[in-house]
Write a protein that binds this ligand. Structure first.
Ligand code: NAD
Length: 513
């Protein structure tokens, strides 16, 4: 089958945007005046459109409008706020094909993963609607008679959301669904690599807002580069900065937010490992490993990047994996048979090749993959075959997140050694163990086991459900989004003591007057 042309892809993007109600259709022939942003597709490397960049003045006006909206929205009862998110979820579901098209066009995901990402949006909307009736505080046993001690959760304020290219719609929805039911307007700075999906999401939320008579100004889109992220980091009107992206971005953003005592929620890079124990079901392990390592062309924060295999099973497992890698269909992500789409741009492929060269210098052996693909059909794109590399040691390149499909395989002898290898990297997002030995599984999940925010048994490191809290430790940033009690990050807690007696006993038995 022939590779799609940029013209055909542009038409597809324009049609999807129009159906979502986005007013700024991309038009490569009519560049707007002022600074611009080019929307490209990794499928060909071609241009889908040119969009105006949000100016600093427009950004400041958005923050002022969001602050006004906060003052109205915070007193709307939470279940009524939930009605807006319910409508948003319904619109997302109605436009799931359009959104999935845009995710594929801008992030390069295969159809099934793009639809999965959109499904995650409707899932989190459902979750948030339920949550809108469950923003519970506690009643606490107080020490003084005639007093009641309790806590209340109030809306926090404007939430600034900075998102990465690789989950262009799901991470926005995690933030926006929770922030809105919690009473917080959102100002969104999406990745400069995925502006069209951002326009579509913004249009759907605008429709949901109108349909539910919610106040204006609850959502604003800032299109452009890191300087707009800096605007959110620095402005004291932004109560919470929820930032998803590289550790480098987190290092720039977090100190700025901290300098003004703002709150930040950081979802940064991962360097995730899976341990394969001698008792593992190897067929299941191979399937779990290949999806986690090669799926999304290795461009998930939870992508499996390190394999820690017991030395007794390495010689059986690694050849199976190498065979699977050699047969993975790489190509047009819209084609039904494709399992590995493109990298986001050629810079990502260069980074992959540099990492493979460094691994070789460190004594690594390439077992499969690593080569560029479709160089004739799509010379400006960056398709690669996922790479499997055997390493003797965890060298600097293994300890670094290269955002591409490279799986480094190491061996171990004792579970203590495997746990140490898992934890011996600066990042702490996701980890997995394949084992049928319950003692090993429990040890890996225990306090002296994996140090990651997400730890799985008998499945890969990627593909979390929305019901759990998502995030990781160490350089991953410590933030938690999505399910469980992550909503608390979007609210402020007030501890309230009410004295309904006619006495004034002081806490801790203090006497005064
Ligand atoms: P990136 O850091 O290049 O960009 C992410 C976002 O941050 C973009 O919107 C970008 O414009 C903005 N940004 C970049 N530098 C900034 C700065 N100095 N100040 C303010 N804003 C800035 O990341 P990317 O290449 O888009 O995404 C890949 C990275 O994101 C990987 O490291 C991946 O692991 C990580 N990621 C993490 C999670 C998670 O939940 N932990 C989820 C998805 C992606």
């Amino acid at each position: 089958m022939s590779h799609p042309t940029t013209d055909a892809l542009r038409e597809r993007a324009t049609a999807a945007l129009a159906r979502c109600g986005a007013t700024t259709a991309p038009d490569p022939t009519a560049a707007p005046s002022g600074a611009t942003l080019t929307a490209r597709t990794p499928l060909t490397g071609g241009t889908l459109g040119t969009l105006p960049v949000t100016t600093a003045d427009e950004g400041a006006a958005a923050l002022a409008a969001a602050t006004r909206a906060f003052h109205a929205w915070r007193t709307v009862p939470a279940p009524r706020r939930g009605a807006l998110v319910k409508r948003l979820g319904a619109l997302i579901e109605a436009h799931q094909d359009d959104l999935a098209d845009l995710v594929t066009l801008e992030a390069g995901k295969i159809r099934s993963e793009a639809l999965g990402e959109v499904r995650e949006m409707t899932d989190i909307c459902d979750f948030a609607v339920g949550l809108s009736r469950q923003l519970h505080g506690r009643t606490i046993a107080g020490e003084r008679p005639g007093h009641r001690l309790s806590e209340t959760w109030h809306p926090l304020g404007v939430t600034g959301v900075i998102t990465a290219f690789n989950f262009p719609v799901a991470v926005w929805s995690w933030n926006v669904a929770l922030a809105l039911v919690c009473g917080d307007p959102v100002v969104w700075k999406p990745s400069e690599l995925t502006p069209l999906t951002a326009l579509a999401c913004t249009a759907l939320l605008a429709r949901a807002t109108a349909d539910t008579d919610a106040p204006d100004g609850l959502h604003h889109l800032l299109l452009g580069g890191p300087d707009l992220g800096t605007l959110l980091a620095d402005d004291p009107r932004v109560a919470l900065v929820s930032a998803t992206g590289s550790v480098r971005m987190g290092r720039a953003v977090a100190p700025r937010v901290a300098a003004r005592f703002g709150r930040s929620l950081l979802e940064l890079g991962g360097n995730n490992a899976a341990v394969v124990a001698p008792s593992a079901d190897l067929d299941l392990a191979v399937r779990g490993i290949v999806f986690a390592a090669a799926g999304t062309a290795g461009q998930r924060c939870t992508t499996l990047r390190r394999l820690i295999v017991h030395e007794d099973v390495a010689d059986r497992l690694l050849p199976c994996l190498a065979d699977a890698y050699r047969s993975l269909p790489v190509g047009d992500p819209f084609a039904e048979a494709t399992l590995v789409g493109p990298l986001v741009h050629r810079g990502a492929r260069d980074a992959m090749h540099e990492a493979l060269a460094a691994a070789r210098r460190d004594g690594g052996t390439l077992l499969a993959g690593g080569e560029a693909c479709l160089t004739a059909e799509a010379p400006d794109a960056a398709y690669v075959r996922p790479a499997l590399v055997r390493m003797d040691r965890q060298t600097a390149v293994v300890r670094t997140e290269t955002f591409a499909p490279i799986l480094y395989a190491l061996t171990y002898r004792t579970l203590d050694e495997a746990v140490a290898l898992n934890n011996e990297v600066p990042q702490g997002l996701s980890a997995a163990i394949f084992t049928r030995d319950q003692r090993e599984a429990e040890r890996f999940l225990a306090a002296d086991g994996s140090d990651c925010g997400i730890t799985n048994v008998n499945l890969g490191t990627s593909g979390a459900e929305v019901g759990g809290a998502f995030g990781g430790e160490k350089e991953t940033g410590g933030g938690r989004e999505s399910g469980s009690d992550a909503w608390r990050g979007y609210m402020r807690r007030a501890t309230n003591t009410v004295n309904y007696s006619d006495a004034l006993p002081l806490a801790q038995g203090v006497t005064f007057l």
